[in-house]
Structure formats: C-alpha cells, structure tokens
Design a binder for this molecule. Structure first.
Ligand code: NAD
Ligand code: MG
Length: 396
C-alpha cells in the first residue's frame, strides 16, 4: 500500500534527501504535507513538484507569498502557518507516516503529536527525544505508534539488532538485555579531531560548519564539530533502545563508513556499512521492512582501503562529556542541555561567542539550573525556557 507522508522540515538537508528518495518511488510514497520555516522559495518549488495537499510555513507573510505564487502556478496546495498548523499536519488522518526533520526543540510538539496519533514516525529530529525521552517513548507505546530511526547511527543499530517478527517492538523498549552486551555509536570526530587543541578558541563558523564527510544543516554541523552531536546521540540511543549509558559506547571512526555496531554476548559484533549519505537510512526507514533504491552509490571498500578507530578525547570535546553527564543526571538536565546548546550555537554562528564557549555556556546553565521534575511535558518546556533565558544571559 502506498505511504502518504507529512514531511516536517522539508526544506532542510534531511528534507531534501527524503524528497530525493520519495521521487524515485512514486508508486510507494506520496506527499500529504510539506513544512518549512522561512524558506518560502524552496517550499514553492517543492510544492510545484510534489503537489501536497497542505504546506506550512512559520509566519503569515511567508504564507501569503507562498499561497500567491502557488495560485498563479495553478497549484491547489493549501497554505497554513505557525506551530499549531505543524501539529495539525502531523496528526492529520490523511497521512500515515511523519518524517520528523525539523531542527531543534521546534520539532518537539508536532513529533509528539504524531506519536500521540499512532503514526509511523521516521525520526531525524533527535532534539525532540533528547528533551522528552520518557514522555515521547511512553506516547509511542501507549498510542501504538511505530518509531523508525533515521539518524544514521541509530538506523545502523536498528539494522544490526536481531531479526524478529515485529521488529518495531524493539523501539518500544524490548531489546533483549541478555544478548546485546553494548551498542557502539561511531563518530567521525568532525573537522577538529586532529587540530591543535590550543587553536580551537580561534575556530570560525565557516570552519565549524565544514564537515569532512557529511553535508548537513548548520546546527548539526556545529554539533558535530563540538561532538555535542554524539552526546545527543548517546541520549537518543538510551531512549530508543532502552539501554543504560554503560551499554552505549562512542568510537571515533574518521572514514564514516561503519555507521554503528551492536556487540553481542557471544563476542559477535554486527556493523552496518555504507557510504556517508543520509538517503540510505532514510530509504531504509521509508520502505521498512522492504529495501528500495536510494540513489546512493555502492560502497567500494577496496577503494577506501583503510578503516581506523580510536577512543574519543573528552578533554578536546567537553560537550560530549556534558551530554553524557546530563543523561546520567536524568530529570530535566537533557532538556536544559539541549536548550542551552541551541542558544550557544546561535551566538557562535552570529560571532558573539567563540567556539570553545559553546561548552562553557552549556556547562554553566547545567550548573545553575536546579534539576527537578521532568515527569510531565510542562516540566520539560519550563526547563527549556529557563535554560534558554540563562544561556542568553551568558552569551552577551
Ligand atoms: P536543516 O537546518 O538543514 O533543516 C531544518 C528544517 O527545519 C528546515 O526545513 C527548516 O525550515 C525547519 N525549521 C527550522 N526551524 C524551524 C522552526 N522554528 N519551526 C519550524 N520549522 C523549522 O537541518 P537538517 O540538517 O536537515 O537536520 C534536521 C534534523 O535532523 C535535526 O534534528 C538534525 O539533528 C537531524 N539529523 C540531520 C542529519 C543530516 O545529515 N542533516 C543527520 C542526522 C540527524
Ligand atoms: Mg547521526
């Protein structure tokens, strides 16, 4: 049966890759809704090509401009705007699959709405899970949603887990604790893995967003440079696979060919290999349990020749340590970490603070904020707001 998609964050890097895969399989996938924040021009192009029923943008002016352009072109897509419209397209009965590809905390409400309406969710928006892991996983379980990881590491782990009749069950917390001894999340180490540590204070935004192996949005590129991204991914894995921190290892693998591994009690280690192109995990999650062409070139291991591995350097990458500490602390710490990080990255990209100050800001916010609550969504949202306020005070 054809899957009908709501693609949250269609104008981003994951959005582009998703539409590239969707366009290869018009028999399997069609688009119900596309959403963007400010990039109206790109959304117009996407609407003309994929003719969704609904398009959502961030504000009324952009909505009016997009609607006028679509009308002139004879396109019948209805245009809405604002956070509530995102929630509505995520839970609309006309779609069965929601691709969560908004960056940052802005993706939480619609992604949670998709879980609460029992959708099949392809999760790229790791920040949503970092903020509200327990609440989100409870919603998935209670409403019979299906959660498929798109983040390449988590998708790799999912692929390396033992086959079973209902594979999605594992994402509801059912990983066998007996057979899996640990999961190993690989990390490229980003652009500064070997750079002289004393020169990291001078890193510019242009250098930080230039990832050696992956082409991604600006925020996740900076997260990769600080390795906060891997820290967020440890938290993401903790919730997705219901494993404690001690069973989640980070391993630097600069070639980004092995996307992660699962280590079993009998000594076997299963790994998923592939070229570093997000269309592979996206195609896997879109078509699961089938396999479809993603447009990604076949892997040529003889040409790559050498795969190397090393332990992460927590001193060079304090953000990785901070994220793991926040996960161990529980409560609202991960939500506060995420919010402080978003503010610090914005300030770094605006050249208001230096590269190494990103970790300082996050650390100061975690130290200053009392870690209470997190039983309810209101606690998470309050922690997010307080951490943003505190962090904003530190970056001026
Ligand atoms: P991006 O910056 O390229 O795109 C972000 C999308 O979110 C855009 O469509 C933008 O319009 C939308 N958006 C931004 N702010 C918004 C707001 N306030 N309200 C509504 N929409 C908003 O980001 P990306 O690289 O595509 O990453 C998207 C998500 O996927 C992130 O959570 C990231 O961590 C995750 N992810 C990305 C990659 C990758 O390769 N790019 C890999 C793994 C995970
Ligand atoms: Mg990843």
């Amino acid at each position: 049966m054809q899957k009908r998609l709501t693609l949250l964050g269609s104008t981003g890097s994951i959005g582009d890759s998703t539409l590239d895969v969707v366009a290869r399989h018009p028999d399997r996938f069609s688009v119900y809704a596309l959403t963007a924040h400010r990039n109206g021009d790109k959304l117009i192009e996407q609407c003309l090509r994929f003719t969704p029923e609904v398009a959502v943008v961030g504000d009324a002016d952009t909505a009016a401009r997009v609607a006028a352009a679509l009308r002139v072109a004879g396109c019948k897509t209805e245009v809405a705007h604002g956070p509530q419209a995102l929630v509505e397209v995520a839970r609309a009965s006309q779609c069965d699959t929601v691709v969560a590809a908004i960056v940052g905390a802005a993706g939480l409400a619609p992604t949670l709405a998709a879980a609460r309406t029992g959708k099949r969710i392809l999760l790229a928006n790791k920040e949503a899970l970092v903020m509200s892991g327990q609440i989100f996983m409870d919603a998935v379980r209670d409403h019979g949603a299906i959660l498929l990881p798109v983040d390449s590491e988590h998708n790799a782990v999912f692929q390396c887990l033992p086959p079973c009749a209902d594979k999605e069950v594992k994402l509801h917390g059912g990983v066998s604790k007996i057979s899996v001894s640990k999961i190993i999340l690989t990390a490229s180490g980003g652009p500064f893995r070997t750079r002289e540590p004393s020169s990291l204070v001078d890193v510019t935004p242009e250098e930080a967003i230039k990832h050696p192996n992956w082409a991604m949005g600006r925020k996740i590129s900076v997260d990769s440079a600080t390795m906060m991204n891997k820290g967020l991914e440890v938290i993401e894995a903790h919730w997705l696979f219901a494993l404690p921190g001690k069973q989640i290892e980070v391993l630097i693998h600069p070639q980004s060919v092995i996307h992660s591994m699962v280590s079993y009690a009998d000594g076997s280690v299963l790994a998923q290999f592939g070229n570093p192109d997000m269309r592979t995990p996206i195609a896997h999650a879109l078509a699961f349990p089938d396999r479809v062409d993603s447009g990604v070139a076949p892997l040529d291991l003889a040409q790559i020749a050498t795969l190397t591995f090393e332990k992460p350097d927590f001193e060079r990458f304090p953000c990785l340590a901070l994220a793991i500490q926040a996960m161990e602390a529980g409560g609202i710490a991960s939500a506060a970490l995420n919010a402080a990080n978003e503010i610090a990255i914005e300030a770094f990209l605006d050249r208001r603070i230096g590269f190494m100050a990103i970790g300082d800001v996050v650390g100061r916010v975690l130290d200053a904020l009392p870690n209470t609550g997190a039983g309810a969504l209101d606690d998470v949202l309050a922690a997010d707001a307080s951490a943003r306020r505190l962090a904003s005070g530190f970056v001026f």
